[in-house]
Design a protein around this ligand. Structure first.
Ligand code: PGA
Length: 266
C-alpha cells in the first residue's frame, strides 16, 4: 500500500489536475493494474491512495483512475456548528475511502490523543478507513522512549474498537524527526518499530488482527530508499509526503519492485 500525502499542495486546481493526471498515466503504464476496467484500483499487486487537499478532492477523483482517494484529516463531529471542519460523511460523499488521522503535523498543531480517538471513530462510522499516524519525537527516541510513546498513542486511539473495526484500520509509523527533513529511519529501525506495533496489536486485539493489519512507514521516503524499506518483513507499505508531489518519483516508489528495463527490448 502506497499513500501519497500532498499536504497543502499544489497551489491551484489546475496543478492538482496535472499532478493527478501525470501520476495516473505513469501508473497506467506500470503494469501493476489490470487493463480494461473503468476504475482499475484494486489489483492484488498494489493499492495506491492519493490524499490531496479537500478542495481538490473532486478534481483528483475524476483523474485518478488507478488510485483510491483519501483525505488528510476529518472532523471528530458529525455535523453542525463547527466552522471550518469537514465531516467524515462529506469526505465519503466526495469519494474518499481513506483518511489520515493523527498526522504529526496535526499533533504538532495541538491535536490530542482524545481528539484522535474521536476522529478514528468518526472515520469508521462513515465507512472511511483511518490511516492512524503515530511516531515519536527525536528527544523521545534519544531517551529510549520511542516504543513507549508509540504504544501510548496506539492504545489510546484504538481503545474500544472491535476486531471488525480493526479490519478497516491502517497504521502508519512516522517518526516525527524523519518527516520532511530528509532524515529516514534506517530500514532496521523502521522494521523494529513496525514489528513492535504488530505485537502490540496482537496484545490489544488478537493475532489474526495483527497478521492482517497493514503497517506503513513514513518519513522522507524516496525512490532511492523505498526498496530497502519494502524489503522489511513488517513494513507493508509507505506514506509519502514530499516525493508524492513529483509524478516520476511517486510512480517509481509505487513501482519499487519493477524489474530493470529488459535489455532485449528495443
Ligand atoms: P515526507 O512526509 O515524505 O515529506 O517526509 C511524510 C508525511 O508527512 O506523511
Amino acid at each position: 500500500m502506497i499513500v501519497g500525502n500532498w499536504k497543502m499542495n499544489p497551489r491551484t486546481s489546475e496543478n492538482a489536475v496535472d499532478l493527478a493526471n501525470s501520476v495516473d498515466n505513469r501508473l497506467a503504464d506500470s503494469g501493476l493494474f489490470e487493463e480494461g476496467e473503468a476504475r482499475c484500483v484494486s489489483t492484488p499487486k498494489r493499492e495506491v491512495v492519493l490524499c490531496p487537499s479537500n478542495v481538490h478532492l473532486d478534481k483528483v477523483a475524476h483523474w485518478a483512475n488507478h488510485s483510491k482517494l483519501g483525505a488528510q484529516d476529518l472532523s471528530p463531529y458529525d455535523k453542525g456548528a463547527h466552522t471550518g471542519e469537514v465531516s467524515g460523511a462529506m469526505l465519503r460523499d466526495a469519494g474518499c475511502e481513506y483518511v489520515l488521522v493523527g498526522h504529526s503535523e496535526r499533533r504538532e498543531a495541538g491535536e490530542t490523543d482524545g481528539t484522535i480517538k474521536a476522529k478514528v471513530g468518526a472515520a469508521l462510522k462513515n465507512v472511511l478507513s483511518p490511516v492512524l499516524c503515530v511516531g515519536e519525537k527525536f528527544e523521545e527516541r534519544q531517551d529510549g522512549r520511542a516504543n513507549e510513546v508509540v504504544t501510548g498513542q496506539i492504545t489510546k486511539a484504538l481503545e474500544g474498537l472491535t476486531t471488525d473495526d480493526m479490519g478497516k484500520v491502517v497504521l502508519a509509523y512516522e517518526p516525527r524527526w524523519a518527516i520532511g527533513t530528509g532524515e529516514t529511519a534506517t530500514p532496521e529501525d523502521a522494521e523494529a518499530m513496525c514489528t513492535h506495533i504488530r505485537g502490540l496489536i496482537a496484545n490489544l486485539f488478537n493475532q489474526a488482527v495483527a497478521d492482517r493489519i497493514r503497517v506503513l512507514y513514513g518519513g522522507s521516503v524516496k525512490p532511492d530508499n523505498i526498496k530497502s524499506l519494502m524489503a522489511q518483513a513488517n513494513v507493508d507499505g509507505v506514506l509519502v509526503g514530499g516525493a508524492s508531489l513529483n509524478a516520476d518519483d511517486f510512480a517509481d516508489i509505487v513501482n519499487f519492485d519493477r524489474e530493470e528495463d529488459n535489455e532485449d527490448e528495443e
